[in-house]
Design a protein around this ligand. Structure first.
Ligand code: HEM
Length: 396
């Protein structure tokens, strides 16, 4: 894939330059376009201003989710032939969106999330014990990557030893999405795995999310099998890479900014605003929509069938909405960021994600308050739909 496009208004979400420093590209587009177009991966539009992203995300009649939400025009879960609705609620529009979203909200409420905190803390402590006993570690690989997959797996009643498999599938679906065959194979394997898990819960229901989905009724009817499988696949795909990226970005920031690290350690009451600023500054998630009619966004004409990217990360750097938008301000007072999206598809797992970030950081800082990058040139980032550090070797 090309990293540098011929047209100045072109962009490549998977390209080296964009992944390394997307804010530079957004700032230029904000001045020059402000809605950029790329011919890569089937073509797409990229709004960069906060108001334009909000307007597009809220216009659910024009910019729909039901024709794929990937940043690429690639096969989605619907094309598997097994999941007719894809991965609801993210892949569907009203009216199906409402009831499929409600199916998972109870498991993600603040009260439910509080009950997942002790298990998450135990897991963090186990991982920290391994890292401190080794005397060095990779904050992304040994810690951030290990957490969300095990937390969401436990909520779904899935054995911990299967987590490495999930990481492989999630990376193939999001990070390496441009490898179309690898992505399709990962989707097939994930669905097959979930079919086994769902069959098991029908025989042995417990108190996990999958058991809830197989036993709950919607207007007196059981939930169709393909909706259960789609929701299960979504929880894994949406809950893993995103949160791992956010935890990894937090630790990358603390490892490379000693002043901020010492402040968070000395003033733990700053942890919540630190987390919100990480979500704004290092926003991991960009989503896709499809225009279902010829239309325009901020005066930019678009055609039916065009893909439009919900550039939540770019919106979060808009200087019209955030003072000194390209600076990381640990105690930023006004921070209405869009890292979790906006409108009907706003993240259903935001309570869980924030809890995981907080507990992960509390436990890391309790065990290793002083640390720094072992070698800044060894840090690597993943881009595309979910941007975040994939390797952050640290010394302490
Ligand atoms: C820091 C971590 C996370 C970030 C930044 C994030 C971001 C997002 C964003 C931007 C959306 C909107 C998608 C759209 O507009 O098309 C979304 C949707 C969603 N997220 Fe998250 N997410 C995170 C963690 C999680 C977790 C831990 C879960 C659950 C396990 C989760 C479950 C979902 C679901 C189910 C949706 C679809 C909601 C709907 O379509 O109604 N997310 N997320």
């Amino acid at each position: 894939m090309t990293a540098v496009a011929a047209d100045r208004n072109d962009y490549d979400l998977f390209g080296e330059d964009y992944v390394a420093n997307p804010a530079e590209t957004w700032a230029r587009f904000r001045e020059e376009c402000p809605i950029a177009h790329s011919t890569e991966y089937g073509g797409s539009w990229l709004p960069v201003r906060y108001d334009d992203v909000v307007a597009a995300a809220r216009d659910i009649d024009t910019f729909v989710s039901g024709q794929g939400v990937s940043v690429l025009k690639v096969a989605n879960l619907k094309d598997s032939g097994i999941l007719s609705a894809g991965a609801p609620p993210i892949s569907v529009d009203p009216p199906m969106h409402g009831w499929t979203r409600r199916l998972m909200l109870a498991s993600m409420s603040p009260k439910s999330v509080l009950s997942y905190e002790p298990g998450t803390r135990d897991l963090c402590r186990r991982l920290m014990a391994e890292i401190t006993s080794k005397g060095h570690g990779d904050a992304a690989v040994d810690y951030a990557q290990q957490l969300p997959v095990r937390v969401i797996g436990a909520l779904m009643g899935i054995p911990e030893e299967d987590s490495d498999m999930f990481v492989g599938w999630v990376r193939a679906i999001l990070e390496f999405a441009f490898d179309v065959d690898g992505r399709a194979a990962a989707i097939g394997e994930l669905i097959e795995y979930m079919q086994g898990q769902v069959a098991d819960r029908r025989l042995n229901p417990g108190d996990d999310i999958l058991s809830h989905l197989v036993t709950v009724e919607v207007e007196g009817e059981p939930v169709p099998e393909d909706v259960i499988l789609g929701e299960a696949a979504l929880l894994l795909v949406a809950g893993v890479d995103t949160t791992w990226s956010a935890i990894g970005s937090s630790l990358y920031h603390l490892a490379s900014n000693p002043h901020d690290r010492r402040r968070v350690v000395a003033e733990p009451e700053l942890l919540d605003s630190f987390i919100e600023e990480v979500l704004r500054f290092y926003s991991p998630v960009t989503m896709g929509r499809t225009a279902v009619t010829d239309t325009e966004l901020a005066g930019c004409p678009m055609s039916e069938g065009d893909r439009v990217l919900m550039n939540f990360p770019g919106a979060n750097r808009d200087p019209d909405h955030f003072e000194d938008s390209d600076s990381f301000i640990i105690d930023r007072a006004r921070n209405r960021h869009l890292a979790f999206g906006v409108g009907i598809h706003r993240c259903a797992g935001s309570n869980l994600a924030r809890m995981e970030m907080r507990v992960a950081l509390e436990e890391w800082l309790a065990a290793i308050p002083e640390f720094e990058l072992a070698d800044p040139s060894a840090v690597t980032w993943a881009g595309g739909q979910v941007r975040g550090p994939r390797s952050v070797p640290v010394k302490f």
